[in-house]
Ligand binder design. Sequence first.
Ligand SMILES: NC(=O)c1ccc[n+]([C@@H]2O[C@H](COP(=O)([O-])OP(=O)(O)OC[C@H]3O[C@@H](n4cnc5c(N)ncnc54)[C@H](OP(=O)(O)O)[C@@H]3O)[C@@H](O)[C@H]2O)c1
Length: 283
Amino acid sequence: MTLAVSGASGHLGRLVVTHLLALGVAPGDIVALVRRPDAVADLASRGVAVRAFDYDRPETLAAGLEGVDSLLLVSGTAFGSREAQHRAVIEAAKAAGVDRIVYTSAPMSESSVNPVVPEHRATEQALAESGVPHVVLRNGWYHENYLRDLASAGQAGEILTAAGDGRVSSASRNDLAEAAARVLAGDEVGRTYTLGGDVAWSVDDLAADYSAVLGRPVAVRRVSGEEKAAILASFGLDEGTIGFAVGVDAAIAAGELAIDTGDLSRILGRPTAPIIDTLRAGA
Ligand SMILES: NC(=O)c1ccc[n+]([C@@H]2O[C@H](COP(=O)([O-])OP(=O)(O)OC[C@H]3O[C@@H](n4cnc5c(N)ncnc54)[C@H](OP(=O)(O)O)[C@@H]3O)[C@@H](O)[C@H]2O)c1
């Protein structure tokens, strides 16, 4: 059984390969699909096969997928191009006779306001249309997303939010990667999991964790989306970044990133790691 992981040079993909090895999958049964093979020399030295694979270069897709039974398609990073990129991979997988695709999506509802959702929704649609048996992993927010703001919140003494009292069931990349590895190494199809951490925290909880990690008080400043956009613009942020930040807050306010499925801890067979562990490790 040959298992391939795209984006294997990235944070999540690399962890998935590591978890596959820890689960006992033979290195020779794992294919790391990457744009730059030198980026995963460490995985190659452990016996993992490494193949060139670029969502934007169709000529790499067929060769990369030759003989692959199950593919983990890790969503790309090029916002605005991802639907086309993912469709190209799904078509190539179908043509190559891949039996099963596992895809890293995002939590979504019909009325989602999360800016990342449209491309994920389109990819889920493409998977359904392809007829290739698949599993969708709707990954919630990473704990690691909140490392970026830790230092600045410490300096400013506050977290600026337009998310109101919305809660976030974030999870560590490591937990999401282990879940992806377990699903990829299994054989189920036709499932959609929505994966989040066991704890749905509020921004007040996050501020308390930031304070504990930094050893100084961090307050919460609640503003409207318009106010947050104006404040971020005054810091010189570009329109796209501002729209994304305000859109994510709106999604949190709407409860889109609070996940109570229990899917993640069920797949792992243990509780998920709390956000403060990630903050402490990365501070
Ligand atoms: N749930 C969340 O909170 C959250 C947060 C951030 C991102 N995400 C999504 O989850 C994915 C995995 O997260 P991550 O932390 O591992 O992100 P990451 O560290 O940025 O890794 C992204 C991976 O995608 C690869 N990639 C990008 N464009 C590609 C292309 N055209 N062809 C082939 N590979 C391509 C990158 O390859 P290179 O090494 O060559 O650049 C890298 O391996 C992201 O790509 C994004 O879609 C989710």
